[in-house]
Design a protein around this ligand. Sequence first.
Ligand code: ADE
Length: 225
Amino acid sequence: MNTIGIIGAMPSELADIRKTLGEAEVRHISGFDFYINSFNGKTIVNACCGIAKVNAALCTQVLADNFSPDCIINTGVAGGMNSNVKVCDIVISTEVLPHDLDLRFLTDYPPHCGIFKADKELIRVAEKVCRDFGVDSFRGRIVSGEAFVSDNTLKASIQLSWTPYAVDMESAAVGHACYLNKLPFVSVRCISDNADDEGAMSFDEFEKIAAKRVADIVLKMTEII
Ligand code: ADE
């Protein structure tokens, strides 16, 4: 792949990637700053989309329209939703969906798809890099919604409906936009909290560590794909 798009929601989720990539050309389009670097013979375009699904979908579309990426990697932190997944583990999306929308609105009407499959090769590479780094990783479903989940009752209800491995606020929208643009994507997330009653406290403690860990993994992935 020659051009790789990387999208994160918060500046902290891109800080380590930008530090490693060094000075970039920055293009400001439709309210987003796109950082463009040559890295190991490839073009890497990274952008901070902001939090939640509208931001993530828009940013993915603007990146697709202006940079013709060969794939998109969504990176950042997430809440753990499976009892085997621990804080600082990595979850690699097999598929993504919104947990706060009746999926019939997506399946019965355009785009006639509500669960967006991640690219198998990108999943394989993400898994390999985690293995090489000695980091525990899990493949599984990632769900996204318009809320930071830090409540045992809400967590249990999402688990019952969707059996996800992780919850965040953007992956489903990146996957949705990539589906419409026929673009391979994967979401690679480091767990910052368990999306439970202690979720907010854990997030504050582990967000930076988790963001750095996943940034290293995503940059290594770009060398292989
Ligand atoms: N991102 C990181 N942790 C999260 C959580 N618990 N809920 C939603 N998004 C998150």
